[in-house]
Design a protein around this ligand. Structure first.
Ligand SMILES: Cc1cc2nc3c(=O)[nH]c(=O)nc-3n(C[C@H](O)[C@H](O)[C@H](O)COP(=O)(O)OP(=O)(O)OC[C@H]3O[C@@H](n4cnc5c(N)ncnc54)[C@H](O)[C@@H]3O)c2cc1C
Length: 302
């Protein structure tokens, strides 16, 4: 076990057998045998190098809002929660601003910060409970808008160091961004522009009102469980198949939004996978459409 080597790295917090469920919005999952939380980019590089060197498989954790983790747990997790500094805000040539932020910064807190300064661009992410790095990795968004639209550049960190890649060279698609193998999104530069604060706040209020009405926000979930198939909505298809309220153990297809599976208390990872399988099979047999998971699944078949 590389525990002793990891413990020598300056600027990390290290835990053994840490329960992961409380670190996810689904509240599901076992323990991480090794849990590493770097506080600096250099410490992240060193931790990645150490784990790769020892051949230990590791996972990257943002805010755990798009994750289903196996109850059996995983070998090693690197959490980016402590890499959460706002680094820089500089004007760009087009009259807007470029904000540099570390990947572990929470989206909600960032949107509060930018809105209070009349900086617009992030409103489409309001109500999404993830980190900036997780949002970039998942290319988070709503409707036709996604975070890739405001990416100036992304810093990838691997065991050998870090490098910035400009937005026009990034490869992204619906809810995904290509990250070089073994690397992590460690910092992000976002293009923002000045706008009346009142108009930013009223847009956020309208979006939050819509979310509160259409999503089961009071219950543990991982957001949309399946990707929307091209030109359609997974929620519409699941609803059409009469699956709202269907349950396996503690996992239930939400009555409020059919593409949310909620943990109604004590759901296991197997309950969720079992329910996802039934939903997929039913939607395929009735509509002929194959649903693919949007949620990232750790430690089980995907
Ligand atoms: C109530 C609710 C509503 C939601 N609504 C939306 C929505 O409207 N639109 C939307 O797009 N999503 C939505 N989501 C899903 C989720 O919030 C987003 O995908 C979010 O961006 C995930 O960020 P995270 O930090 O929580 O990532 P995590 O859940 O921690 O990780 C998700 C995946 O990304 C990887 N990852 C995380 N950080 C990094 C990094 N820095 N570098 C490399 N890989 C990384 C992880 O390894 C994992 O595979 C919702 C979720 C909930 C619970």
């Amino acid at each position: 076990m590389p525990f002793r080597d990891l413990a020598k790295i300056d600027g990390i917090e290290l835990f053994r057998d840490l329960p992961l469920a409380p670190l996810t919005t689904f509240r599901i999952g076992g323990r991480a045998k090794i849990f590493v939380r770097p506080r600096r980019i250099a410490a992240l590089e060193a931790a990645l190098a150490c784990l790769q060197d020892k051949g230990v498989a590791y996972k990257i954790l943002g805010r755990g809002s798009n994750l289903l983790i196996d109850d059996k747990g995983v070998e090693a997790v690197i959490s980016l929660a402590a890499l959460n500094a706002l680094r820089d805000l500089v004007p760009d040539e087009s009259g807007g601003s470029i904000l540099t932020v570390e990947a572990g910064h929470g989206l909600g807190r960032l949107i509060s910060w930018t809105s209070a300064r009349g900086l617009s661009g992030l409103e489409g992410l309001c109500g999404i409970p993830g980190s900036v790095g997780g949002a970039v990795k998942m290319n988070a968004g709503a409707g036709t808008w996604c975070i890739a639209h405001i990416l100036h550049s992304v810093c990838f960190t691997g065991p050998g160091g870090s490098c910035w890649v400009s937005g026009d060279r990034l490869e992204y698609g619906y809810r995904s961004l290509e990250v070089p193998s073994g690397a992590v999104v460690s910092m992000v530069r976002l293009r923002l522009f000045q706008k009346e604060r009142s108009s930013i706040y009223s847009e956020i209020r309208a979006l939050m009102k819509k979310r509160t009405k259409t999503q089961p926000l009071g219950r543990p979930s991982a957001g949309c469980i399946f990707k929307n198939p091209p030109g359609d909505s997974a929620g519409r298809l699941i609803d059409l198949c009469g699956l709202k309220g269907l349950a396996v153990g503690g996992a239930e297809v939400s009555f409020i939004h059919a593409n949310f599976i909620i943990n109604r208390g004590g759901a296991s990872s197997a309950d969720v996978i079992g329910l996802m399988d039934i939903v997929k099979d039913t939607v395929r047999s009735i509509t002929g459409i194959e649903l693919a998971p949007e949620v990232a699944i750790w430690g089980m078949r995907q």
